[in-house]
Structures are given as structure tokens and as C-alpha cells.
Design a protein around this ligand. Sequence first.
Ligand SMILES: [Fe+2]
Length: 290
Amino acid sequence: MRIQSLRSPSGPLSFGAIVDGVRLRSIRSDSPEFFELRDAWHEFGLLIFPGQFLSRDEQDDFGRLFGDLEFEAAAITNLRRDGSTRSDVDDDVVKSLRGNEGWHHDSTYMPVQAKGAVFTAEIVPDSGGATGWADMRAAYEALSDEDRDRISELQADHSLEYSMGRAGYLPTANEEGGYSFYGYHGGPAPRRPLIKEHPATGRPNLNIGRHAHNVSGLDDAASETLLDRLNEAACQGDRVHHHQWAPGDAVLWDNRRLMHRATPYDMTQPRRMWHTRIAGDPATETALNY
Ligand SMILES: [Fe+2]
């Protein structure tokens, strides 16, 4: 197995590695390869595995090496069952896909934040549709002393109702006036600290992104201003990497450390990705108010 850290022209990025010389479908939980990969996952946060061509079951089995699943391989796609593409901005699936273009951690809007994800590419457009990741451990370390002190005790609510409403992408309401898509659970918005210690590494991370709002002690405008500034400053330079997908690529990321985002593509072209979400450990990823 060869693990090479991601680089920019000025040197290594703060996170991320490309891994080859390994077959993910054949890794067992008691093998030396697994322990090497788990250590690399904690060290790099993002592992990119070109050309794996995992089946859905193989992808889920690989995810289970790192924890229970929040959900099994789900299609992230603009394809309808009949093979036609969705591109209309009023289509609820398109809204969901476009909403993901804002930086976020997965499932901060759920009672238990996700631990990580396995994401694979099956069908990709001619151009665009890259996925970006940003390193919130390095972003925390880059904060000024003043900002670090200011936000050290602050908390925020996280919800899809907020993030999708702000972006103008809320789906069509159901008969009860709620939303039927995953994540719109109707319960209280999970409350989370802006700075959170990583349970495996002990290192502090910013825990922010598009779902965060209503910062403790601030009015709505001041809360948005603070969070917008933190998000903007965090996702910069050598703390960011975008991967341009080829069919068969697989990635594994640490959702406790990294944020990620989708990027636009021509939605008249088909794109189908598969997302397996690894559940957070309830002991460390449960919201403060759950
Ligand atoms: Fe996501």
C-alpha cells in the first residue's frame, strides 16, 4: 500500500492523501492493512482511492470497518429511474443537490453527528461536479488568539430547515407542513459547540458549516456575521482540496474533522455517486441538547 499526502505547488496540504496498491473489497477488520488505513484516516482525514469500482455491498462493508452505518449506500444523483436527468431548479432532488454546494459537516442537524463517509463515483459528467473538502483542524489552528478566545465557549444550533431555507432550496412541504427528505426530523435543532475535540486524536476542530446558526448570546444578524466569517476564513488555501472524479474512485473522509461541499455541473448530463454514511459514536457525537 502506498499513501501519498496531497500537495499544492507550495508543499503538502494540511490534510488528505491518495492511496493505491490496496484492494478495499478484500480488507478484513483484523488485518494489518486495516490498522494502517485507520491510522492514515486519523492522520490525513481524507483518503482517496482511485479505481476501486466497489459494489454497493462492498462499499458498505468497507464503511463498517470504521463504525456502524448511519445509512447504507444511497445514490446521490440527478438521474431518474427512467434514465432521464433532473436539472430543473424547482425539482426537490435538484434543490437537495444544490444545497450541498455549501460547506458542511454531515448530520450535524441530526441528534448524532456522523463519524465519516465512504463516497464513490459511478457516472460522472464531462466536467464539473468535483467534491471539495476543508480541514477544520488546521482552520482552528489558524484562528487568531482573539477569535479562539471569543468562540471557545460558544454553541450553535444546526438544522437543514435553516441551511436550506437560507439558500432558497427547501423542498416542497408535505401534508403536515413538514418535509419528507432525510434530515428534516422535526425535533429541536441539535446544539453543538463551535470548537470540538476530536475523539480519536484529541485535537480541537472547528465544527461549523452551513447548518450552523443561532450562536449563543448573539442576535440573528451577529450570529450569521460571525459564522459567515469563520466559514469563509476556514475554507481557504492549503486547507482545501477538490477532487475531480473518475468512475470507480472511492474516498473515505473523517466528518469530525473535515467539512465538504459539492460543486456545480451541467445537470443535463448524468451523474451518479454513492454515499455510505458512518454513524458517529453517541458518546462523543451526540448534540448537547439530546
Ligand atoms: Fe454532505
